[in-house]
Design a protein around this ligand. Structure first.
Ligand code: ATP
Ligand code: MG
Length: 137
C-alpha cells in the first residue's frame, strides 16, 4: 500500500475545518495511518521546505507555516500520493478545480489549506521527518 504525507496548514486549522478535510481523505478511500497536531518551529519549517529555500516566497512560506499549529497525517491507499494531490487541487486556490480542498477552504496561494507530498520518494522522506516507523499502523 502506498503512503503519502498530508499537512493541514495553519489557516485551515484556525478555521476549524480539520475534521471536514480528514473526511475527504477517508471518503476518497484513503486510510489515516497516523495523525497528530504539532506546532512547527522555524527550524522545522525551514528544513521541511528546504527544496524551496532559494525561491522568493521562502521567508513568507516559513513564517506562515509556523503561524499556528498544523495537523500532520500519513495517508495510505492505492495511488495515495496522486489521489491526495487530486483532492487538494491546484497550489493557487483561484485555479483549483471546484470541489477540491483548496477551492473550498483556501484563501490565497500563501494560505492554501493543505500540503501533500509531490512524489512517492519525497513522501517517504517527509513521513520520516515527522514520524517514527512504529507510530504508523
Ligand atoms: P505544498 O508543497 O504546500 O503541498 P504545492 O506542492 O502545491 O504545495 P509548491 O510548488 O511545492 O506547491 O510550493 C510550496 C508552497 O509554497 C505552496 O503551497 C504555497 O503555499 C507556496 N508557494 C508556491 N508558489 C508560490 C508563489 N508563487 N507565491 C507565493 N507562495 C507560493
Ligand atoms: Mg510541494
Amino acid at each position: 500500500m502506498e503512503q503519502t504525507l498530508s499537512i493541514i496548514k495553519p489557516d485551515a486549522v484556525a478555521k476549524n475545518v480539520v475534521g471536514k478535510i480528514l473526511s475527504r481523505f477517508e471518503e476518497a478511500g484513503l486510510r489515516i495511518a497516523v495523525t497528530k497536531k504539532i506546532q512547527l518551529s522555524q527550524a522545522d519549517a525551514e528544513a521541511f521546505y528546504a527544496v524551496h529555500s532559494e525561491r522568493p516566497f521562502f521567508g513568507d512560506l516559513v513564517e506562515f507555516m509556523i503561524s499556528g499549529p498544523v495537523i500532520v497525517t500519513v495517508l495510505e491507499g492505492e495511488d495515495a500520493m496522486a489521489k491526495n494531490r487530486d483532492l487538494m487541487g491546484a497550489t493557487n486556490p483561484k485555479e483549483a478545480a471546484a470541489g477540491t480542498i483548496r477551492a473550498d477552504f483556501a484563501e490565497s496561494i500563501d494560505a492554501n489549506a493543505v500540503h501533500g507530498s509531490d512524489s512517492v520518494e519525497n513522501a517517504t522522506d517527509e513521513i520520516n521527518f515527522f514520524f517514527a516507523q512504529r507510530e504508523i499502523c
